[in-house]
Structure formats: C-alpha cells, structure tokens
Design a protein around this ligand. Structure first.
Ligand SMILES: [Zn+2]
Length: 238
C-alpha cells in the first residue's frame, strides 16, 4: 500500500504540473482575448459614430436643399415686388421676404452647426480607428509571442504527459479510476495529507479510529467529508 500511495502522489504531482501549464497557456490566450475585446468595442463605437454621422449629414443636406429652394423663392418674390399694384400687396410681400430672409439666416446657422458636429465626429472616428490600428498591430506581435510561449509549454507538457502515462500504468486500475473521478470533482486534488487528524483537503477532523488506520498506512482510506484519498502527513512536513 505504501508503494501504491507513493505512485498516486507522484501521479498527482505530475497532474498538477500539467494543470499549471494548461492554466498558463489559457491565461496567455485569455489576456489576448481581453485586449481584442477592447479593440472590437472601439471599432464598434467608430461604426456607431459613422452611422450617426450619416444622419447628421442627411439633416444638413436637407437644410441645404431647403435653403436653395427658399433662395429661389426669395428671388421670385423680389421680382414680384417690383410689379405689385397696391401698397397692401407690397407690404404683405415685403413681410414675406423679411420672414424668408430671417428663416434662411437660421438655416445657414443650422448648416454651420451641422458642419461643426460632423467634423468633430469625423475626427473622433479617425481617432478611434487610429488607436484600434495601433493596438491591433501591437496585439499581433503579442499573439506571436503567446503562440511561441504556448508551443514551448505544449512541448513541456508532452514530455510530462509521457511520464504521466508511465506513472498511471503503475497504479492499480480501480484506484486509478477513483483517483480520476476525485481529481475531476475535487479541483485536481484526489489524494491529500492528514495532519494531526485533520484532512488537508477540506480541513475537517477525521474520526480517531480512522486516523489510526491512516497512520498505519496499510489501506487506502477516504475522508468522510470530502471523499479524497488520504495519507499521513506529519506536522513537521508543513
Ligand atoms: Zn477531507
């Protein structure tokens, strides 16, 4: 049983190393994904702004068309003004002309305002896209680095995997099965030490009789609380 325990502990040690490598690889790619998401959000903001710019430009163009039409009508009225017969007609036409002139002034101001808003939007879109381009270039370099590192880690993992299958082959089938189930359910820790009667997996006390059995080490016992397999781990090893 001592030998069995030793094999299991070594196997678990290998598995924890593999797990750490997997986490390192995932972390590298995770960071890249996070940065890509920021870039994507900025690109989306630029697209959104572009759509709003179209609306502003359409509004501006509508006012421009309106202004052109009104300028033509103004000229018509001014021509008419020279041919009116009555004073009343003259006054009324004059009033219309003044009204149109003031409306056109408002339209001109509106066009200036739309132009300013549009220009600010174009500048902002440009800025967003430039930033995204620069970040994407940086990210591309970073991706190469992460891929190179991942390759290195994968190679390391492949070596460890070889050692793992050798070690796993030495563990009795039923125990191996139990080990794998626990490993999955208990966050990679299938076998844990018991120190001073306390399971180091769940930190609960185990019954005194069971602790004595663990101390003797001639059978593979499971913690009554977390079900992990147990071995005796003296306090001074801590
Ligand atoms: Zn436990």
């Amino acid at each position: 049983m001592k030998k069995e325990l030793g094999n299991l502990l070594e196997l678990q040690d290998i598995d924890l190393r593999i797990r750490k490598l997997d986490e390192e690889i995932a972390q590298g790619y995770g960071d890249l994904d996070g940065r890509q998401a920021v870039i994507d959000a900025r690109r989306a903001e630029a697209v959104d702004l572009g759509e709003r710019l179209e609306v502003v430009e359409k509004e501006k163009s509508d006012v421009e068309t309106e202004l052109e039409d009104e300028i033509v009508r103004l000229k018509d009225r001014q021509t008419k003004l020279m041919n009116v017969q009555t004073n009343r007609e003259y006054q009324s036409l004059l009033k219309e002309i003044e009204g149109t002139k003031s409306e056109n002034k408002r339209r001109e101001e509106e066009i200036v305002r739309y132009t300013e808003i549009g220009e600010a939007m174009v500048a902002k879109i440009q800025e967003l896209n430039n930033t995204s381009d620069a970040e994407e270039a940086l990210l591309a370099k970073e991706k190469n680095k992460v891929a190179a590192l991942a390759k290195e880690l994968e190679q390391k993992k492949a070596e460890i995997d070889k050692a793992r299958s050798e070690k796993a082959g030495k563990v009795v089938g039923t125990i191996y099965k139990r080990y794998e189930q626990l490993r999955e359910r208990r966050n990679g820790m299938a076998i844990v030490g018991v120190t001073n009667g306390v399971c180091q997996g769940c930190f609960m006390n185990i019954p005194a009789q069971q602790f004595n059995d663990v101390l003797r080490g001639d059978q593979l016992l499971s913690c009554p609380t977390c079900q992990r397999m147990m071995y005796h781990k003296p306090a001074d090893e801590e």
